[in-house]
Design a protein around this ligand. Sequence first.
Ligand code: ADP
Length: 400
Amino acid sequence: MKVLVINCGSSSLKYQVLDMTNEVLLCKGLVERIGMEGAVITHEKIGMDKFKLVVPMKDHKEAIGHVLEAVQDENHGVVKSMDEIGAVGHRVVHAGEKYAHSVLITEEVLKALEECVELAPLHNPPNLAGIAACQALMPKTPMVAVFDTAFHQTMPPESYIYAIPYEYYQKHGIRRYGFHGTSHKYVAERAADIMNCALDDLKIITCHLGNGASVSAIKRGKCIDTSMGFTPLEGLVMGTRSGDIDPAIVTYIRDKENLEAGVANDILNKKSGVLGISGISSDFRDIEEAAAEGNERAQLALKVFAHKVRFYIGAYIAEMNGVDAIVFTAGVGENDIEMRDIICNDLGNLGIKLDLVKNKVRGKETIISRDDSRVKIILIPTNEELMIARDTYDITKNLK
Ligand code: ADP
């Protein structure tokens, strides 16, 4: 069966088609600037050159229309007609407490996801727009929703309850949910495979370090804690997000800077993180270049970022009473040799010893700890699309 995977953002859309009989990627692409001037689709049939088309797309439905055309194109398409696509898998960011697993999309599911829009006002609406567009264009094809929050639903209450009046949890669903779940789950499963162990026997700390960043504690295959919370703002320092701060800072900045409602939130989401500290960029490559040239704020940004990752690693070792593997993934985790080095430096007492030579690698599944390191340190490129396709295939393969 061939599966189309759709990941809709507010103005962009990523897609892939995979043949799930052998889990082979057939094509992938990206639509950018949906609803804006200069909308563009970049499509790549695996093994062929990329194909780019600038064409007006006023909304997600038009964007998905172009995706379907590209997928069926005579030259760079991978199917003759959409009938060959057995199912569509959609990434959906927030399922609240409703779903701990991926689900077949029904009217009831759509209603439940509408109710979660309040919890993820930036993310769920484009996800739902993508589902609606696909349903309109492929009315007979089964669709599955795969949630970023689902994997973290196994967290115990002591991990997810905030110490604020309990009614706010009951009335408004204010609790920690966690995100990047599909990625944490994928790399944890890969780590078990690489170590030749059952996931059930392992304690793993997964570090998804990209523009957005989070760490998870995974014990016997189940997430017991993660660093993101009610929103993806909590936890680690990120590209432009502050991560954990004293909540009193919000009202303090608002008063001192005379900010209008919502601006403080914007500052913490878009102007903070390593960008805010360095004043240079949210991209670690730029910051490292500046740091190497002696820029002290760039150096500080890198240290603060690493400090927070180490802080969570330590906390999760305590929570799990040990750790067997630490996994690095996503843009920074997969590519940033220097950052992995700073994070893992001087943790020998915890049995964590990075091999500085093996660490000189980017974007490739590799064990990068020393042979005498009790804890394996593993670099694993994430593959959220494959996870979405797997769940979609599993849920739909026996449907009539
Ligand atoms: P997103 O959260 O947007 O999916 P990614 O996981 O793609 O983010 O990570 C993007 C980030 O990865 C970039 O902003 C950059 O900071 C970092 N990155 C990518 N390549 C490198 C590299 N070679 N060295 C250091 N950092 C890198």
